[in-house]
Design a protein around this ligand. Structure first.
Ligand SMILES: *Cc1c(COP(=O)(O)O)cnc(C)c1O
Length: 229
């Protein structure tokens, strides 16, 4: 079996190759290691191999890991899962980024509960790019209002968009989704300062996502192996 360090290296090679193939500058795509359901010992192994950006899906589990790894000062923690309004305080206090904001109420609470001693919380709006009933995220039509709302909050810094395109579709449909997403991102990227992050691409589709302008891929399985849950 491969070690986490080996899997991480292979993943960085995939990213480099896809970036070169898309004629994009090297280092224009960041890797977020999604460690949900995996033990803190796995996160330490990835950290020792040089990884610094980690993503978690479940708030309680995420906060426990942030606390257990508080000695690793330069980890950047991203919440990528659903944020219920009664959990916003925990998220505002422990995370550096929240990529899954899709409601004004959640944004307002994160702003109000972000401790003043910490820098503004980095935010991505989750976009439901394929209009799937089962998926969180705003529709493209709802996006402008939420962007304007978040722009008013001093303790939030709006960094971009996050999306989970529909899995297991044909190449054409996947390309159409990714193109729609890239077009929306480009509109705001040119208008707003700090709006520099397009978070899309997972273990199975990182190449396609990088081909369509992703600046951050979120990778779990390819680094940490299959999840049991
Ligand atoms: C689990 C998860 C990932 C990682 O998915 P893999 O297919 O294991 O790479 C990325 N983004 C989100 C939002 C996730 O929940």
């Amino acid at each position: 079996m491969q070690t986490i360090a080996e899997r991480l290296k292979i993943t960085y090679e995939r990213i480099d190759q896809a970036t070169a193939q898309a004629n994009r500058p090297s280092n224009s795509v960041q890797l977020l290691a999604v460690s949900k359901t995996k033990p803190v010992s796995d996160i330490r192994l990835a950290y020792e191999a040089g990884q610094r950006l980690f993503g978690e899906n479940y708030i309680q589990e995420g906060v426990e890991k942030v606390q257990a790894l508080a000695d690793l000062h330069d980890i950047q923690w991203h919440m990528v899962g659903p944020v219920q309004s009664n959990k916003t305080k925990l998220v505002a206090e422990h995370f550096d980024w929240v990529q899954s904001v899709d409601r004004a109420k959640i944004a307002r609470r994160l702003n109000d509960q972000r401790p003043a001693a910490l820098p503004p919380l980095n935010i991505c709006i989750q976009l439901n790019i394929d209009n799937e009933d089962t998926k969180a995220g705003v529709t493209p039509a709802q996006l402008p209002a939420l962007i304007e709302e978040i722009g008013q909050y001093p303790q939030l810094k709006l960094r971009g968009l996050m999306a989970i395109p529909r899995a297991q579709v044909g190449v054409d449909e996947q390309q159409r989704s990714l193109t729609r997403l890239a077009d929306l991102f480009a509109q705001y990227h040119t208008k707003l300062s700090d709006f520099d992050t397009l978070s899309v691409g997972m273990s199975d589709d990182l190449e396609a996502a990088i081909g369509h302008g992703s600046t951050m891929v979120r990778i779990g399985t390819a680094i940490f192996g299959e999840r049991n849950q």
